[in-house]
Write a protein that binds this ligand. Structure first.
Ligand code: UDP
Length: 244
């Protein structure tokens, strides 16, 4: 899957997953040069990969795994390793800019129809002349039709917002058939880009506490984060102790 090997990946291992150590700009460059699958990893996905071996395989076969959020950074710190936290939503936006600057076609798949339409409209406002060659909401019955249409569209950047692990599986199934396309699983990014969901204020973003802000705003998310987050930290502490 690698076309240009100028930059070498350097990964660190956490809970049997390989995670990239690139800073933001290098991760951007690497993704752009090499195509394939970008996974924006969070503790919830790490915990899911324990039960879902297919997800583990997908993550470990991704072309780039960026630590999205403070949880992974903390986990690495516990192991005495360092990675650069990269917000998936910012990475995806910067990549859109790069593809727009290079006049390369983009596809958007996922979220509710209204969210998708607003996202496309807002991207068109922000990046005049952007080539969105395919867009489909994330609630479909026949996945094969969507995959076929995406392939036919010739998109070179595909942002997939189906939530995890659906988006990771969707990308994994397709990436071999579209070797010149870069795929990013972007979770709830369209909800933010459509202005339907507010991003946390900068203070929370910088402190790595965006998840806390979102949980307070949307208490339904509480069930997703707890007990996952403390369990994740406990697992990593165990990993550290067992290796000493
Ligand atoms: N979604 C979708 N199809 C589905 C399930 C979810 O398009 O079958 C969308 C959902 O509308 C939302 C995104 O996937 O826009 C996932 O958001 P979530 O907040 O779960 O992602 P996170 O950022 O927490 O990974």
């Amino acid at each position: 899957m690698l076309y240009n090997n100028c930059m070498e990946r350097k990964t660190e291992r956490l809970q049997d997953l390989d995670i990239d150590t690139f800073g933001f700009e290098d991760a951007l460059e690497y993704g752009f040069e090499n195509r394939g699958q970008v996974v924006t990893l969070n503790p919830e996905m790490v915990m899911n990969s324990k039960k879902n071996s297919e997800l583990k395989t997908i993550i470990n076969n991704a072309e780039l795994v960026i630590p999205d959020g403070v949880g992974i950074e903390i986990g690495m710190k516990i192991l005495g390793k360092k990675v650069h936290r990269i917000a998936g939503i910012e990475y995806a936006k910067a990549m859109v800019k790069k593809y727009w600057e290079n006049s390369l076609p983009i596809a958007l798949i996922g979220a509710k129809q209204e969210v998708l339409e607003l996202t496309a409209a807002n991207l068109k406002k922000e990046f005049a002349g952007i080539k969105i060659v395919y867009a489909h909401n994330g609630f479909f019955d026949d996945e094969e039709i969507i995959k076929k249409s995406l392939k036919l569209s010739g998109a070179k950047l595909a942002l997939i917002a189906l939530g995890s692990p659906k988006q990771e599986q969707f990308i994994y199934d397709l990436k071999k058939e579209m070797p010149e396309t870069l795929f990013i699983g972007v979770g709830g990014s369209f909800d933010v880009w459509s202005n339907k969901v507010e991003r946390a204020p900068e203070f929370y973003q910088k402190a790595g506490l965006e998840w806390l802000y979102r949980t307070v705003k949307e208490p339904a998310r509480f069930k997703r984060i707890f007990p996952t987050l403390p369990l994740f930290v406990m697992r990593v502490i165990k990993e550290r102790i067992c290796k000493c």
